[in-house]
Write a protein that binds this ligand. Structure first.
Ligand code: HEM
Length: 211
């Protein structure tokens, strides 16, 4: 095994702050939305906390965005425009997760600092960071001050549409909070990827087949 520096400090700071803020947003969001089912926090406190933590999450997003905008490490997020190549590589990776991994086969993805994500991770993280999170921020801000943003709310189809989009993305993220940490345990040891998100260094096999 050799060590490769894959997660620079700003990404690691962003990531763990993001995870903590996310958990707070889920806890307060559930209390706000499902008031009739849960009662672990006063409604007013949940709303206040949700707003403050939401703005902290948005500010934290800019740590991630500015870092990648001004770093050549953003190659990790570059899309693969060759659909056939993307589909084949994604299929190989899915086959590994669903079958090869349990038979001790090698991960088809070769990690290097500019290609730290396998094709499935790259697609998921592109959708997450460049579409779902910004949309969640936008719908959250609109509902934070409905009067001030009433014109935008109407443009999006009304409050019901805005709030439904916000809740649907929230439900997606709740599932993601189970799925993502599970996938994070699938390194060469269960804690390898998680340690890498703390230290920055990922262990990489010397002789890996090319993807
Ligand atoms: C709370 C438990 C969490 C754990 C244990 C965890 C673990 C990890 C690990 C090990 C990685 C490294 C790459 C990989 O394996 O995919 C990673 C990357 C990533 N995680 Fe998490 N994560 C957590 C929460 C979250 C949350 C709540 C989000 C919400 C958006 C998130 C979004 C991401 C993204 C976008 C990346 C890629 C970051 C980059 O390098 O640009 N994670 N996570």
């Amino acid at each position: 095994m050799s060590k490769v520096y894959v997660h620079p400090l700003p990404v690691r700071i962003w990531h763990w702050a993001n995870a903590v803020l996310f958990l707070l947003l889920v806890a307060t969001g559930v209390q706000i939305r499902y008031l009739d089912l849960f009662d672990y926090m006063a409604f007013g406190t949940a709303v206040q906390l949700h707003n403050w933590v939401g703005f902290a999450l948005i500010a934290n997003f800019f740590v991630w965005l500015l870092f990648y905008l001004f770093s050549e490490r953003n190659k990790a997020y570059h899309p693969e425009f060759n659909i056939v190549k993307l589909a084949q590589a994604s299929f190989e990776q899915a086959k590994y997760y669903g079958w090869g991994m349990f038979r001790g086969e090698h991960n088809p993805h070769r990690i290097d600092p500019y290609h730290k994500f396998n094709p499935l991770q790259r697609t998921l993280y592109q959708i997450l960071m460049l579409f779902l999170l910004p949309l969640q921020f936008a719908t959250g801000i609109l509902m934070w001050d409905i009067k001030r943003f009433s014109a935008f709310v109407e443009m999006m189809g009304g409050l019901r549409v805005v709030s439904t989009v916000h809740v649907l993305i929230f439900i997606f993220f709740v599932f993601y909070l189970f799925f993502h940490p599970y996938l994070a345990t699938l390194g060469h040891t269960p804690t390898a990827h998680i340690k890498a998100m703390v230290t920055g260094y990922e262990d990489v096999e010397e002789e890996q087949p090319a993807s």
